[in-house]
Design a protein. Structure first.
Length: 371
């Protein structure tokens, strides 16, 4: 096709397109001939609402914000509407916050496939106020017949013809469903969205010094997570992956949130993570006459204090004395053993503890034979 013929074809297409849009969006809905009208009755099942793309007097469906709808365009369940066959009043489906649109169904329960067109939501400033209108998005029918620059000119001329201005803003897109030009009854079904199953535990228990770990095991396809830790001094968590790194001892609450999607509700779950003190090192114990034992260990900054126990057996089936050091920096302490148990005092064990969020977390015992 030569350049002149191509330009001529585009001009003809442009004129045809403008005429089509004018009939569809600017036409009239006051037709007396019965043959030019058809009835539509809607039933709504579940949490959702329906709106006509234009009202009975051709008022725009959006008001004040492209997310707010005019009550004149709202479709009432069980009401029969007489629609002009000369003006296409499309259907906009609005599920509830936690609902999923399942589709259109006839009286027998069979699913109906209605034609869906992606429409740009245009905002135009007229006389100091904003008005809203629809226009087929570029690349959708019938905007597939033109180039993008020509499409832009079409939108400007369409807005100019309606509002005497060519300035507009595209506020978003929405799907508009086209009804067949015949009388029919339609049921629109909505169902509650699923809450994503992440398989998260209520609690996780770890020891200071353990390797990095993930708080999120499995995520449904198409779902992203957002993770955060209540205490970065105890546990740091990668925001997108949920990979956790231990930074200290104590309790951290990890929040795992998922966004609202077309298939799933938004969700939020908290995991309580316990980071216990590590097993102590450098433990030794020496008897000092007549009834004392000196116990030494390497202190740990991850502890609030230490607990010490003495026993005649390595299994600590019987404990003959107990003691405590309430300082994290403690590394040595002398304990008095009851005289009647002093000779049988052969073993000592020590563990660190950490006070956090009103709870006490204990480390594993270290044990050694008393010299």
């Amino acid at each position: 096709m030569t350049g002149n013929k191509r330009i001529g074809f585009q001009k003809k297409t442009f004129v045809l397109f403008i005429a089509l849009i004018t009939i569809v969006l600017v036409g009239f809905d006051n037709v007396s001939a019965a043959s030019l009208s058809h009835d539509a009755k809607f039933s709504i099942s579940g949490d959702g609402e329906l709106y006509f793309s234009v009202g009975p007097r051709l008022e725009a469906c959006h008001i004040d914000s492209h997310k707010e709808f005019s009550s004149a365009c709202r479709i009432t369940s069980g009401k029969t509407y007489s629609l002009s066959s000369l003006v296409d009043r499309g259907i906009i489906v609005q599920p509830g916050d936690k609902a999923l649109f399942e589709g259109f169904f006839d009286s027998s329960g069979r699913k109906i496939a209605l034609k869906a067109i992606k429409m740009d939501i245009l905002r135009v400033k007229v006389g100091g106020t904003y008005v809203y209108t629809h226009y087929p998005a570029f690349g959708d029918v019938p905007a597939t017949m033109v180039t993008k620059p020509l499409y832009g000119e079409m939108v400007k001329k369409y807005v100019k013809a309606l509002y005497n201005t060519s300035r507009y803003s595209v506020m978003g897109q929405e799907t508009v469903y086209t009804l067949p030009k015949k009388s029919l009854s339609i049921t629109v079904r909505f169902r509650e969205k699923e809450v994503p199953k992440l398989g998260l535990p209520d609690t996780i228990k770890k020891t200071f010094g353990d390797a990095d770990f993930s708080v999120v095991k499995s995520v449904p396809d198409g779902i992203s997570v957002k993770c955060s830790s209540s205490s970065s001094k105890v546990l740091s968590v990668a925001k997108a992956s949920g990979l956790a790194a231990i930074k200290g001892t104590g309790i951290a609450k990890v929040t795992v949130a998922t966004p609202d999607t077309d298939l799933y509700q938004s969700s939020q779950q908290r995991i309580k993570v316990y980071i216990h003190p590590a097993k102590l090192t450098g433990l030794s114990a020496v008897k000092k006459s007549p009834d004392s034992v000196i116990v030494n260990w390497n202190s740990s900054s991850g502890c609030s204090g230490y607990e010490i126990e003495f026993s005649p057996t390595s299994s600590f089936s019987r404990v003959i004395a107990r003691g405590k050091s309430a300082k994290a920096s403690s590394e040595s302490k002398t304990f008095k053993i009851p005289k009647e148990e002093y000779k049988s005092c052969r073993y000592v064990r020590v563990r660190g503890y950490k006070k956090s969020c009103g709870e006490v977390l204990y480390g594993e015992y270290s044990r050694v034979k008393v010299q």
